[in-house]
Design a protein around this ligand. Sequence first.
Ligand SMILES: NC(=O)c1ccc[n+]([C@@H]2O[C@H](COP(=O)([O-])OP(=O)(O)OC[C@H]3O[C@@H](n4cnc5c(N)ncnc54)[C@H](OP(=O)(O)O)[C@@H]3O)[C@@H](O)[C@H]2O)c1
Length: 285
Amino acid sequence: MEFREFGKTGHKLPLFGMGTYYDPGWIAAAKLLRMKPRSDMHLKAINTGLDNGINFIDTAEIYGTEPLVAKAISGRKRNDIFIATKVWRSNLEYDSVIKACNGSLKNLQTSYIDLYQIHFPNKRVKISETMRAMEYLVKEGKIRYIGISNFSLRQMLEAEEALKANELASTQMPYSLVDRKIEKDILPHCREAKIAILAYYPLGHGKLGSENASLSAAVADISRNHGGKSLSQIALNWFYSKHENVFPIPRAANPLHVTENVGSVGWALSTDEISRLEGAIFSAK
Ligand SMILES: NC(=O)c1ccc[n+]([C@@H]2O[C@H](COP(=O)([O-])OP(=O)(O)OC[C@H]3O[C@@H](n4cnc5c(N)ncnc54)[C@H](OP(=O)(O)O)[C@@H]3O)[C@@H](O)[C@H]2O)c1
């Protein structure tokens, strides 16, 4: 597996991580039935990634998958794995952040979280209050790095400003070949400030490529140039070939898909191929 620096942290992460948001039905069932539905397949998918060097897992208190992540990493060396989780937007007051973090630590059966992210901003709670709690958690050794998710650029700048003893490590935003909104402002800022981006919905939430003839033609040609790579492998490689500091997190639900995604690493798209892919999406819009 290839690794790259995660923002300014000095920590190295594999080129992609594993998402563990399955669906709203999963969240409800995980709460009611204590993660019964298809959990064996999800567990196998996460373990397939870990066995292939994808030691970077993204979860959230709201997903109901922290216990599943704990199960997947049990028996492995904790220090070898990078766990990113998130505090939900209703828990952003000082005491609530700390309580939520303790809950996540318990769910994950670990003494520390590598990356603790604010899942969504909450206008009713000052970001300075939330960040004070986050910095307390860093001081206590309960979290290593602080991240945000779904913040606008303005909200992101406020978050950075609110941090006193730490720097913002990352933001998590929707980003893919079919959704490039962050390229307008968030991405240039992150590049400049060396803040990592976790790209969610990197495969267009499963809709990438559907009914797009020009993309299919571009993918067929590019695939031929690279020994038969698939649409998903090409779509993930697009991130690594284009950026230094963006880590897509396709969901790990199916072991076959995880194995396929491992094949997105170890080769590179040319500048012409990148333009061809982007042009194909643009022409279909
Ligand atoms: N911060 C936020 O607010 C937020 C919001 C949403 C998601 N997320 C994070 O982002 C992660 C990814 O989002 P997502 O799962 O919704 O979107 P995604 O990864 O873009 O798309 C998932 C879809 O792609 C399919 N897929 C995965 N690998 C594939 C492959 N190699 N070939 C073909 N299809 C493949 C999956 O099918 P299978 O299930 O069959 O593999 C699933 O249908 C989540 O798990 C979560 O950790 C964060």
